[in-house]
Design a protein around this ligand. Sequence first.
Ligand SMILES: C[S@@+](CC[C@H](N)C(=O)[O-])C[C@H]1O[C@@H](n2cnc3c(N)ncnc32)[C@H](O)[C@@H]1O
Length: 288
Amino acid sequence: MNNIDLKQLGSATPNSSCLGKGLERYDMDDTNRLYYSVWGDSIHFGMKLTDDCTFDEAIMHTKRHIAEALQPLPGQHLLEVASGVGETARFFAREFGCAVTATNISDQHLAESTRRTKSQNLDSLVSNVWADFHDLPFNDGAFHGYWVQEGIVHAHDKRRVISEAYRVLCPGGRIVVSEQTTETRLLNDAETKRLADRHGSPDLLNADGFIQLMIEQGFNMVRDDNLSLYLAPLFEAIVQRIEDRYADLIKGIPAHIVDWNLDNWRFGASKARDGALGWHILVAERPD
Ligand SMILES: C[S@@+](CC[C@H](N)C(=O)[O-])C[C@H]1O[C@@H](n2cnc3c(N)ncnc32)[C@H](O)[C@@H]1O
């Protein structure tokens, strides 16, 4: 199965107002320009960022780590939720010959992903589809694998997101969740509120919280890769990139938008150094 026929899948109503409060940034030109110029094509975390490993290499290490966890086979049909501009979806199609349905509720991210998919001649393998991960417009058991990177942090009902993942996976199908984790016991009330507002969700989970939800929904845990030591260097690299390019960035992007994001990434770096923020890649399987 390559492109999904949406008519057979029920209705999804594209509506960018569905982006939760605080998440409108993913549909704002200025913020997206900042993301594209600082993060690049992928807005996910990178592994092993050191003097010997560039930012782009760190991002690629993560994609390979996700692939190794998901174990995709040619011809399988995979689902990515919160797919950003689809760079990892195209990576799976290009490298493994999988069909990928890349889903998002940001109209701007979907439009950009569709443009890039066409220009890379991957539209026979990658479909870009509007879908809220709380309520997926797909049939039960439609996918062999499901992954999400730095997306569920935004979910206002994480239990429902995991339950939808379970429903759309076929028996034996794998889920890979890469996510920022939060130890709220290491944060004061103002810091907790700040993170919740930034994520557009009051629901800040640590790794055990995510694992518990996955087990509750019926998944068998395969592994929990704790990559937290890579998080502070990643945020610090983002901060450095903005500082280095600040004068140019504010020629095209309002300074208050650059400053607000810079301040949040500095905060992320310091809380990752404190151990209040972490990064885990969780791998689980729907039983046969
Ligand atoms: C930090 S970006 C990660 C993007 C992507 N995973 C990547 O690796 O580049 C978060 C993404 O989550 C998406 N998102 C937020 N809430 C969502 C929801 N309810 N359903 C689907 N996607 C959502 C945003 O539009 C954005 O594309």
